[in-house]
Design a protein around this ligand. Structure first.
Ligand code: ADP
Length: 466
C-alpha cells in the first residue's frame, strides 16, 4: 500500500469516525429534547385531570358520576383516557378513536409510567398516572398520549441531513486529501526518479532540480540528498584522478626499469635468470598499469576513442587469424559470419575481441573448441566467442566483469591475468553504446559464451529503405 493511499485512508477514516460520533450526539440530543417536551406536556395534562377527579372522595361510583370534561385539559394534541380498576373505560377524549388501553401493561403496574406504543399504525408516547384514594387504593388510571408523528418526521429528516452531509463531507475530504497528498508527495516522486536515473545512468553529476521541490521537509531531504551526491561525486572523482595519476606516474619508472634491464642484459655479467624474472615482472606491471590507466580514463570520460566506420566481420577474421598462434591444442574456428559496420575505435574493438578469444583459449583445455561468430539481431551486431572450457558457475557469472575479479584466483594469476580484462572490455563496449553478456552452463566442459552487442552504424530499417 502506498504512503499516499495510507495517508488518505487514515485521514478519511478518522474524519468519518469524528463525523459519525458528532452525528450520534446531535441526533440523541435532539431526540431527547423533543421527547422530553412531549413528556412534560403529557405529565402536566395528566396531573390536571387527576386533580380534577381526586376530590371525588375515593369512591368509584362517585367518580363515574362526576367525570370531568376532558376537552378542558391539556393541549389539543394531547389525548386522554380514564380507566377504572376493573378494566372498564370510564372516559376518553372525543378525538381519540382508540377505545383499547393505550398502554395495557402500565394499567397493571400501579405506578406512574412513560412508554412508547404503536397502535393501529399510530406511534404514540403514553403517560399513565394512577389516581389513588386517601388510603392508597387505586381508584382510576389516567392515560395521556400524544402522537409522535412530528418527532419522528423531524428525527428522520435530521438523520437524512446528518447522513447526507456526513457522506458528502467524507467523500469531499477523501478526494481533497488524495489530491493534497499527491501534491505533498509529488516532490518525493521527483526525488525517487532522479535517484533512480542517477543509479541507472551511473552518473553522479546529476542533481535533484531544487526548483521542482518545495522549501519544506521534502526540500530539505532533496538538499541533503544533493549534498551527499556532491560529496560522493567529489570522492569518486578524487579516486579516479588518484588512479589515473598513479598509473600515469608509474609508467615512466617502469619504462626506465625495462630499458635498464635490456641494457644490463646487453652489457652481460648479471644473472640471466634474475634478469629474466625482473623483465617479465616489469612487463606484467606495465600491462597492469596500462590497464588501470585505460579504466581510469574510461571512468573519467577522457579515454581517446576514434569514431570511425569499422567492418566488424573483417576485424573478426583478423582477430581469428592473430589468435591462431595462441590456440595450441584448441581448435579455433569460425561460425556464422554476417557483414556488419559499426562506428567506433577499431583498436579498442579489436582489444575486446582479442581479450575474449584469449580468455576462451586460456580456459579451454587441449582438444576443446573455441568458435567466433557474428550475426545481426535487429539493429545490433552480436559477436559471440564460445568455448568448450570449464565454464563459469552461475553465482560468479555476474561478477566476472568486476574489476580484479577472478573466478579461480590462483589459476588466473598463474596465467598472468589480474582480473581487469573483462572490465575493460565491458567499459569499451559501453563507450560504444553496447554491452557484453556472458552465459555459461556452469558445468565443467559445458563452456562459456560471451556475446558482444554493438549498435549497427546504420540501423537496418534505414538501410533497407535506402
Ligand atoms: P583475467 O585477466 O584474469 O583473465 P578477466 O577479467 O579477463 O581477467 O576475466 C575474469 C575472470 O573470468 C577470469 O579470471 C576467469 O576466472 C573468468 N573467465 C573469463 N573468461 C572465461 C572463459 N572463457 N571461461 C571460463 N572462465 C572465464
Amino acid at each position: 500500500m502506498t504512503l499516499r493511499l495510507r495517508l488518505t485512508l487514515w485521514y478519511s477514516g478518522i474524519l468519518s469516525a469524528i463525523i459519525v460520533g458528532v452525528g450520534i450526539v446531535i441526533y440523541t440530543m435532539v431526540a431527547t429534547a423533543l421527547t422530553r417536551q412531549i413528556d412534560l406536556s403529557l405529565q402536566s395534562s395528566a396531573h390536571e385531570i387527576v386533580r380534577a377527579i381526586s376530590p371525588t372522595g375515593g369512591s368509584v361510583s362517585l367518580l363515574v358520576n362526576t367525570l370531568p370534561n376532558l376537552q378542558r385539559f391539556g393541549t389539543p394534541s394531547v389525548y386522554a383516557q380514564i380507566w377504572l380498576p376493573d378494566g372498564k373505560l370510564a372516559l376518553k377524549s372525543e378525538l381519540l378513536l382508540i377505545a383499547d388501553p393505550l398502554d395495557p401493561a402500565a394499567l397493571k403496574a400501579g405506578k406512574a409510567a412513560l412508554s412508547e406504543v404503536t397502535i393501529q399504525s399510530y406511534h404514540l408516547r403514553v403517560f399513565t398516572q394512577p389516581v389513588t384514594t386517601v388510603d392508597g387504593n387505586v381508584m382510576a388510571y389516567v392515560q395521556t398520549a400524544a402522537l409522535l408523528h412530528t418527532v419522528d418526521t423531524t428525527l428522520d429528516t435530521l438523520l437524512v441531513v446528518l447522513a447526507g452531509s456526513a457522506i458528502v463531507a467524507v467523500a469531499l475530504a477523501t478526494i481533497i486529501g488524495w489530491l493534497i497528498s499527491r501534491r505533498a508527495l509529488a516532490p518525493l516522486e521527483t526525488i525517487t526518479q532522479t535517484a533512480l536515473q542517477i543509479t541507472r545512468a551511473d552518473d553522479l553529476s546529476r542533481r535533484i532540480p531544487m526548483r521542482e521541490v518545495p522549501q519544506d521537509e521534502v526540500g530539505r531531504l532533496a538538499m541533503a540528498f544533493n549534498e551527499s551526491l556532491g560529496r560522493l561525486e567529489r570522492l569518486f572523482n578524487m579516486q579516479r584522478r588518484f588512479l589515473a595519476d598513479v598509473s600515469h606516474e608509474l609508467r615512466t619508472p617502469l619504462t626506465t626499469i625495462r630499458a635498464n634491464v635490456d641494457l644490463v642484459r646487453r652489457l652481460g655479467g648479471a644473472d640471466p635468470v634474475s634478469l629474466g624474472a625482473i623483465q617479465s615482472e616489469a612487463e606484467r606491471m606495465s600491462r597492469l598499469v596500462g590497464d588501470l590507466l585505460v579504466l581510469a580514463q574510461a571512468d573519467a570520460g577522457t579515454l581517446p576513442l576514434a569514431r570511425d566506420p569499422v567492418e566488424m566481420d573483417t576485424l573478426l577474421l583478423e582477430v581469428l587469424s592473430e589468435a591462431q598462434v595462441l590456440a595450441g591444442g584448441v581448435k579455433l574456428g569460425l561460425g556464422e559470419l554476417d557483414q556488419a559496420l559499426v562506428t567506433g575505435d577499431r583498436d579498442r574493438l579489436k582489444q575486446i575481441l582479442l581479450n575474449l578469444v584469449s580468455n576462451a583459449l586460456k580456459f579451454t583445455p587441449e582438444g576443446g573448441r573455441v568458435t567466433m561468430g557474428l550475426s545481426l539481431v535487429d539493429n545490433w551486431v552480436r559477436i559471440t566467442v564460445s568455448d568448450t572450457g570449464a565454464g563459469i558457475p552461475p553465482e560468479e557469472l555476474r561478477r566476472i566483469f568486476d574489476r580484479f575479479y577472478r573466478v579461480d584466483k590462483a589459476r588466473s594469476r598463474a596465467m598472468g591475468g589480474a582480473g581487469l580484462g573483462l572490465s575493460i572490455a565491458q567499459r569499451i563496449a559501453q563507450l560504444h553504446g553496447g554491452r557484453i553478456e556472458a552465459a555459461s552452463t556452469g558445468v565443467d566442459g559445458g563452456g562459456t559464451t560471451f556475446s558482444v552487442w554493438l549498435p549497427l552504424a546504420k540501423p537496418r530499417s534505414a538501410r533497407e529503405e535506402s
